[in-house]
Design a protein around this ligand. Structure first.
Ligand code: SAH
Length: 262
């Protein structure tokens, strides 16, 4: 029995097994022995992932898919978790062990999955798989583009992002309304930022909340000193700033805060 696709779970099952193989082959196998697949559905991708020399774990929210997987992948049974990836405690599953994350992800929660991955970046040296094309492109985008945004900066601060290939709607059942894109993120060897990381997240989010305004305007609520705000970086809009510039900006803001306390 096949799983009946449920729209509210973003279920679009991949039909083309050559694409499933190509996605599994995005794994470099470097820096981890565990792979976690998100939203395996009926396991079309799982079939190729289990051929890798890795310990495979699956997280799937849909009860019907979980039953299907347990029947078709009995050897994996104890590593199939019926859970919401956005709530799953990876520490409890893997301790401190590093793991790669892969999937043909549910597109309705794409950004949230990426933010979740970032929360666990210390444990995730590699992240790959499929999103709707626009989201995959945005994550890999360079400064200066209209689609360069929060996701691009936050992901690229810690990971090297590669857009790999585009996948048309016709290879899914049911076909989604959009094109899909496969990407791979490989964590930088030195992925700790030279600035306060929590403040970095806040500054990036704040700057892009009003992306058409200059930083002087969008960062007003931080009450920065006039001296700092005179810097020409504040004349810019967030999409003009590289990751490096955001790090420098965060460092300068932290200094400014300190100056106020003394
Ligand atoms: N990988 C399969 C299915 C992709 S569709 C294939 O390529 O054919 C996306 C899958 O994500 C569905 O199986 C859906 O049930 C699952 N899913 C949706 N929301 C989820 C969540 N919050 N946590 C875990 N899995 C989820």
């Amino acid at each position: 029995m096949r799983v009946k696709p449920k729209k509210y779970l973003g279920q679009h099952f991949l039909k083309d097994i050559s694409i499933a193989k190509k996605i599994a082959d995005t794994l470099t196998l470097e820096g981890y022995d565990i792979v976690l697949e998100i939203g395996p559905g009926m396991g079309v991708l799982t079939n190729y992932i289990i051929q890798k020399p890795l310990e495979t774990h699956l997280i799937e929210i849909d009860n019907e898919s979980v039953l299907y997987l347990k029947t078709h992948f009995p050897k994996l049974s104890s590593r199939i978790y019926q859970e919401d990836v956005l709530k799953c405690n990876f520490l409890a599953l893997f301790g401190n062990k590093p793991f790669a994350m892969i999937g043909n992800y549910p597109y309705n929660i794409s950004s949230q999955i990426v933010f979740r991955m970032l929360d666990f970046r210390h444990q995730i040296p590699e992240f790959s798989g499929m999103f709707q094309k626009e989201v995959a492109r945005r994550i890999c985008e360079q400064p200066g583009s209209k689609t360069y945004g929060i996701l691009s900066v936050l992901v690229q601060a810690f990971y090297r992002a590669e857009y790999l290939f585009t996948v048309p709607p016709s290879v899914f059942d049911p076909p989604p309304k959009v094109n899909s894109g496969v990407l791979r993120l490989i964590r930088k060897s030195n992925f700790r930022l030279s600035c306060d990381e929590t403040l970095f997240f806040s500054v990036v989010k704040m700057a892009f909340q009003q992306r058409r305004k200059t930083l002087r305007n969008s960062l007003k609520a931080l009450n920065l000193s006039d001296n700092l705000k005179a810097n020409t970086i504040f004349d810019k809009r967030p999409e003009q700033l590289s990751v490096e510039s955001f790090i420098e900006l965060t460092t300068a803001i932290a200094e400014d805060f300190k100056g106020k306390l003394t």
